[in-house]
Ligand binder design. Structure first.
Ligand code: WT7
Length: 636
């Protein structure tokens, strides 16, 4: 069963305007796609050469000899920070704004490429002075402030591997990720503003380190200024360190192999333990910059705003690395979309003259609830292109985005991809006509299909597994520390064909457009965030009252899905509303606010297969009042 909320296809067409098409980077998608398929390696090699500077060129574009452990641009020498910063400081772009930042409380800062480069150099030197070396993992746990970008780039510059943990995660989630990455150094902030309140990041860090004592150095950015506990000999203020002579403005960029690790980003999967998705310096930057340039048609004069969080892959690829590689000006906003009023985002678009806005359906649905009057009071005429990501966009939200925000001038670029894919895989560009709810066609160089279990291609309109049929440059290279899991999870189901299993159910229509329906594994998308059922379940059973738990995703109009939890209590505990509230608070504290169940039900038994697996499908059918389907494997 999928997490489907809305029934696609509806068969409406939207064609690009002449004006947009005439100026676009790619005029004829079909032709470019066709040519890319004639020689996929040559296609990517051309992109790698024209978008990026290499210290040394590669010997081989793709090495498939140890598939599925593919290697790209083998022998190539590069560093992503060279392309994102260093090279711009040698041209007029040094004067261009890299980041325009606005805090939720109204604080404002801008950084030119020159200034950002200096900050990164200084902080890279600070990290080195703390003993961080090439290959070491550094955990970053912050809100949406410029220093999160500085910290990521500083790591990459010296060849360290960053592991950013989203600032909305709580103690246990952070502790698990610190432990798995074995990070000695952690960069955080005293707090972050969200909905007028301070998120106490540093308190969470203290508790996480208590649980995972691998960290010996914590660097704290002062953002909110409230009192925080600083541990002598372990915790240092960022501004103190940046004022030391050691924080020199000169720092050489480490020459990396194209296949050297750049970052680990944890994401949810079918088991409780989050997967450390590993990306590398070379192929990743090729595909991230190529997709951003063509799909969003990014130009020098754009003011680009990806409203995601740098702590997710969307932020890594399309707030931090992609826009900087292309020399763009980006907006970064710290807080909630509706604080203090529901026009906060639209005011930002007006004030900074945003031309491209990239966000998620859940955010659009959330803002749609407040009505059109809010965007109508703001001048949104600078917008020329709108992006969507994270889950299928329902046609109703699509049309609102298109009319109320884009004023029927802006194409909606619906981008399908994953933490694992690193960059867009299925997404239109201005020369592709749109159908609301479909991410349309694959990017050039990308081969995808919707298939049946036996590997045959599905017919038009038939549901099947979305597979990627050839390796791509920004693919994950492994699951950090667990290569077997990498093979099992993604490459085993269609091993015979060498295809990658995305974990999504999809269908194709008569025009070859792909419609992604939703996840078909134990992953739930809540407000576009990816949560594993097992993560929430283990959070629940870590409470003394819970013996066993099962969670499911149930469709919700704004959030896409919400979580329902079913708990069996231990002896001596009785079901009560107060206990349900306690469990919610427990999940908020252990896993994070996004994982808090909408509803908790106390039960005596859970539906299980004879082999003991919880049948979430049955729970979901019951919750939604639908037929239970095939229950032949259900234990009596
Ligand atoms: C899953 C990946 C990639 C950045 C954000 C999410 C769903 C993502 C779309 C889209 C339909 C989408 C899929 C995918 N998804 N984009 N445009 N249309 N579904 O990354 O957290 O790794 O989640 O998000 O189910 O497998 P992620």
């Amino acid at each position: 069963m999928t997490e489907d909320v809305f029934a696609p296809p509806i068969g409406e067409w939207y064609h690009p305007s002449e004006e947009l098409l005439k100026a676009a980077h790619v005029q004829d998608y079909d032709e470019v796609y066709r040519r890319s398929m004639e020689d996929v390696e040559a296609f990517w090699a051309e992109r790698a050469e024209s978008l990026l500077e290499w210290y040394e060129k590669w010997d081989q574009v793709l090495d498939a000899s140890q598939a599925p452990f593919y290697k790209w641009f083998v022998g190539g020498k590069i560093n992503i920070v060279h392309n994102a910063l260093d090279r711009h400081t040698k041209t007029w772009r040094r004067n261009k704004l890299a980041i325009i930042w606005e805090g939720e409380d109204g604080d404002k800062r801008t950084m030119s490429y020159w200034r950002l480069w200096q900050e990164v150099n200084k902080f890279a030197n600070v990290l080195k002075s703390m003993g961080v070396r090439r290959g070491d993992r550094v955990t970053i746990y912050m809100g949406r402030i410029p220093e999160i970008i500085v910290a990521m780039l500083a790591c990459a510059k010296i060849g360290a591997v960053h592991s950013v943990v989203y600032g909305g995660f709580s103690e246990q989630a952070l502790a698990t990720r610190i432990e798995d990455a074995q990070s000695r150094v952690l960069v955080t902030a005293d707090g972050s503003w969200l909905r007028g309140k301070i998120v106490p990041l540093k308190d969470v860090v203290d508790e996480a380190i208590h649980r995972s004592p691998v960290v010996d150095t914590v660097i704290v950015v002062k953002r909110t200024g409230q009192n925080v506990n600083m541990v002598q000999g372990r915790d240092y203020w960022y501004h103190d360190l940046m004022a030391l002579p050691i924080a020199s403005r000169q720092c050489p960029t480490e020459v990396m192999d194209a296949e050297d690790p750049l970052f680990i980003l944890y994401t949810s999967g079918t088991t409780g333990k989050p997967k450390g998705v590993l990306h590398t310096h070379g192929g990743y930057q090729v595909q991230v910059s190529a997709t951003l340039q063509w799909c969003f048609d990014l130009k020098e004069e754009d003011r680009y705003w990806c409203a995601a969080d740098p702590g997710w892959i969307t932020g890594h690829s399309y707030i931090v690395y992609g826009p900087l590689i292309l020399g763009a000006t980006s907006i970064l906003y710290e807080g909630a979309p509706n604080f203090p009023y529901p026009d906060r985002w639209w005011r930002i678009v007006e004030e900074y003259g945003v031309t491209i806005l990239y966000t998620a359906p859940t955010a659009i649905r959330g803002l749609m609830r407040f009505g059109e009057a809010w965007p109508n009071r703001r001048d949104l005429s600078t917008l020329r292109l709108l992006g969507s990501v994270g889950e299928p966009i329902n046609p109703e939200a699509w049309r609102w985005y298109y009319t109320a925000i884009g004023k029927e001038r802006c194409p909606i670029i619906d981008t399908w991809w994953q933490t694992e894919t690193g960059a867009f895989m299925i997404a239109p560009m201005p020369s592709v006509s749109l159908k609301p709810g479909s991410a349309t066609r694959p990017f050039p160089g990308i081969k995808v299909d919707v298939v049946r279990e036996d590997g045959t291609s599905c017919a038009t309109g038939e549901d099947g597994d979305l597979v990627i049929q050839a390796p791509w440059p920004s693919m994950l290279r492994t699951v950090y520390g667990d290569p077997q899991r990498y093979v099992d999870q993604y490459w085993t189901k269609y091993a015979k064909f060498g295809w990658y299993l995305a974990g999504d159910t999809a269908r194709k229509d008569e025009d070859g457009y792909i419609w992604v329906i939703g996840r078909n594994d134990d992953v739930i998308k809540v407000s576009g965030y990816r949560l594993g059922t097992a993560e929430v379940e283990s959070g629940l059973v870590s409470h003394p009252s819970v013996a066993e738990a099962a969670v499911i995703g149930v469709p919700d109009e704004v959030r896409g899905n919400v979580i329902y939890a079913y708990c069996i209590l231990r002896n001596g505990y009785a079901p009560s509303l107060a206990l349900a509230d306690q469990l919610k608070a427990h999940i908020r504290h252990e896993v994070g606010p996004i994982a808090v169940p909408e509803k908790i039900e106390f039960v005596d038994v859970l539906p299980k297969t004879r082999s003991g697996k919880i049948m979430r499908r049955v729970l979901k059918a019951r919750a939604m009042g639908l037929p239970e389907g095939d229950t032949s494997t259900l234990e009596e």
